[in-house]
Every structure is written in C-alpha cells, then in structure tokens.
Design a protein. Structure first.
Length: 399
C-alpha cells in the first residue's frame, strides 16, 4: 500500500551524526516532528540547506521517533526493499542455518541489519517477529512476505512490544503456518532448551548469551559449585551442570522459575533433584548466604537492567557495583564471577569501572579472564552504541 511521505528538517547539531550513519531519529533531532501524526509514515530528512540526509519511517519507540532506513533518496521503501534487507540478513546467518548443533538464533537484528524496530528469531523452523513500534508494524505484510519467499517457514509468531510504556501486549501471538509444539525443543551448541513461542514476551531462553553458556559449560564448570542468580529458566545452570558442575543453585524471584528450570534440566536428561532451585529475592538470598557463610566456586550475576521487588529496587546503571560487592562476598578465593549486564545506557569501559568499584568496596583483588559482547548473529550498527548492549566479564577473585 502507498504510504504518505513527509519532508522534515534536521537541526544542525544532529546533521553530522545522521550523515555518519546514526540510525535513530530522535524527537530532539528534527524540527516539527509533531506534525507527523501517523505511525509508519515515510519521513525524508533534509538539512538546513535542503541536502538529503536519509529516509525512514515514523514510529514511537522509547526515546526514538523512528529509524533511518536508507541514505539513497531514490530507494523506495517497498516490497523489494524488505526483500533485499531480509535476504542480506539471512545470507549472513548461513553458518547458523547449516549448524546441526544450534537451531535457535537471531536472523534479523534491528538497526544492525538495516531496519530499526524489528527483530526476527529462528527456533527450529519457526520464526518469531518482534515489533518495537506501531510504525514498523505497518510493514508487517512486507516483512512476512520477504521471510516466506527466502526461507522454509514452518510457522510464524509475533511479539508486539509497542503498547503503553513498551509493555508487551498479551495476545495470541500466532500469525500463520502451523502452530509450534508447546514446548518446542531447540538446540544450542547441543544443549536443549524448552521454549514456548506463545506464552508472553519471553520465550524461555535469551539467545544473546549463547557463547557465554558454551564457555561456562566447556571451560569453567567442571567440579565446581555454581550459583546462578536472576536465573529465569535456569539456562546457565543447565550449561554448568552439563559441563560437570558438582552442584548448581538457581535463585529467582518469579514463581514460575522453579518449574521452568526443572523442565530445562529434564529436557537435557539431568535430574533436577540434584540441584537447588530457589524462589527468592536475590538480594535476600545474598544476605542469607553471608549469614550462613555459604560460598561458591562460580557465581553468575545477570540481573535485568531494572528490577523491583517488595523491598528492593535495582537499576543497573546505579546499583550494579553494590550487587557485585555482595556476590564477591560469597565467591571462593580463586573462584570466578560471571558479571553480565544488558543495560544499554553504559558500555564495556564503564562496566569495567563498576567492577573495579565493587572490588574496592570489598578490599579484594581480581583478574579479568575474558569478556564477551553480543554474538555474531546479533549484528550491530557501529554508529549506534546503544544497540551493542551486552557486556559479560569473567572475573577471577584472587583473595
């Protein structure tokens, strides 16, 4: 269908960034963006001298008001545009499609693949499309058509993340094709995960931690006691157990985390009865562990960017050093802490400063063993630092 095109002027101080390839169109960057009323409107950006800067779509997403899709004034945002972008993304993931050991991976990563506001994940022949604004959702037909023309699709699901304040819209997420079994079993480096494509915003495993899970399994877990905090469905615990950990302890506040974690152990042929799965506020658990003088050889710390429980509010940008300081107290000497954050408001340099702060607080010394950012299938845009959000550091506590 034909979309309206609107010409907008970019304020002088934002021109350089857009020219360099910054893909997000922010409210501050554009004069009279409030004139655009309709999500999905095609917007053409010009500088004060009427030089063309880029073309994209209008869509409210967090602080953004849309994304630049092309810097070619002649390129139309039509079916063939989506075909080209999706094909390029799929070609880049060829190694994943050909890897028998891994059947869950990201096929399209938003602005990293040239269309901000859209991600596509593959789960063993099924696809999950996540829409981050109503604007991008207006192109649903084109995206679905592109996908189906390029790969064999068993079924398609979608997640709408553009409701009030970015909350997820609870809905039947099935779009077309055949429905996936529930659970659907996928593989990741030969670890099995039970995922549910139609049970809310999260399907049960975060694909961006694939390399970290493999590293824990292959290099850090053997013969170790492991504490996995904010454990969700226990994916790190399962990786550690498969790597020969003597025992894992998973702690998460959500009630469903217990049955979900038991299931992840079971689908890997592991007896969950040999492991501790605790439903508890992680902050309370740390206090309990200190009181009982518990300690672990390997502590995994992967909190959400923001978390609220009855007694605690946690914001990664502010509170990570304090949280890490508590983890340090219950880590054995020469034990390892896997410190992770998916908060997009700070980068790896700042994260390492937070690690230093935490060790200063506890008076300990440490060594950084290795670090990870997003895996290969989570392609990023060099000009858009916020998109490269994942930071994981393996830290040895020396004393």
């Amino acid at each position: 269908m034909m979309k309206k095109n609107v010409r907008l002027k970019v304020k002088q101080s934002y021109v350089k960034g857009l020219k360099a390839g910054y893909p997000l169109i922010t409210e501050d960057a554009v004069q009279n963006i409030s004139n655009v009323k309709e999500e999905g409107t095609i917007i053409e950006l010009f500088d004060e001298k009427n030089t063309f800067l880029g073309k994209g779509y209008y869509g409210k997403q967090n602080k953004g008001r849309g994304w630049v899709l092309t810097r070619d004034s002649q390129e139309l945002i039509d079916q063939s545009f989506f075909d080209r972008r999706v094909k390029k993304a799929i070609d880049l993931r060829e190694a994943f499609y050909n890897n028998y050991e891994t059947t869950a991976f990201r096929v399209f990563n938003g602005e990293g693949d040239g269309i901000g506001g859209l991600t596509i994940d593959h789960y063993n022949g099924y696809y999950v499309l996540t829409w981050y604004s109503e604007g991008i959702y207006t192109f649903k037909e084109e995206v679905v058509a592109s996908l189906k023309s390029l790969v064999k699709v068993k079924g398609i699901y979608e997640k709408k993340r553009f409701a009030v304040k970015g909350k997820y819209i609870e809905d039947d997420d099935f779009v077309e094709g055949e429905r996936a079994p529930s659970p659907l079993i996928v593989r990741e480096n030969n670890i099995h995960f039970a995922v549910y494509l139609n049970e809310g915003a999260m399907v049960g495993v975060f694909l961006d931690q694939r390399d970290v899970r493999r590293t824990i399994r292959d290099q850090y877990a053997k013969g170790k006691t492991v504490l996995n905090t904010f454990s969700y469905t226990g994916a790190f615990s399962v990786a550690a157990a498969l790597g020969g950990a003597t025992k894992t302890t998973s702690v998460d506040l959500a009630n469903r985390s217990r049955s979900k974690t038991q299931e992840q152990f079971s689908v890997n042929g592991l007896d969950y009865a040999n492991h501790d799965i605790i439903v508890e506020d992680v902050f309370n658990y740390f206090k309990y562990a200190v009181r009982k003088q518990l300690s672990f050889d390997l502590v995994i710390l992967d909190p959400p960017s923001f978390a609220r429980s009855k007694k605690h509010t946690f914001s990664a940008g502010k509170d990570y050093p304090d949280l890490l300081a508590q983890a340090i107290q219950i880590t054995e000497d020469n034990g390892v802490i896997v410190a992770s954050s998916n908060c997009s408001t700070f980068g790896m340099k700042k994260f390492k400063e937070m690690i230093a702060t935490a060790f200063n607080q506890t008076g300990g010394s440490y060594e950084i063993l290795e670090e990870f950012q997003l895996p290969q299938d989570f392609k990023t845009n060099r000009e858009f630092k916020e998109g490269n959000y994942l930071k994981v550091v393996f830290i040895e506590k020396l004393r």
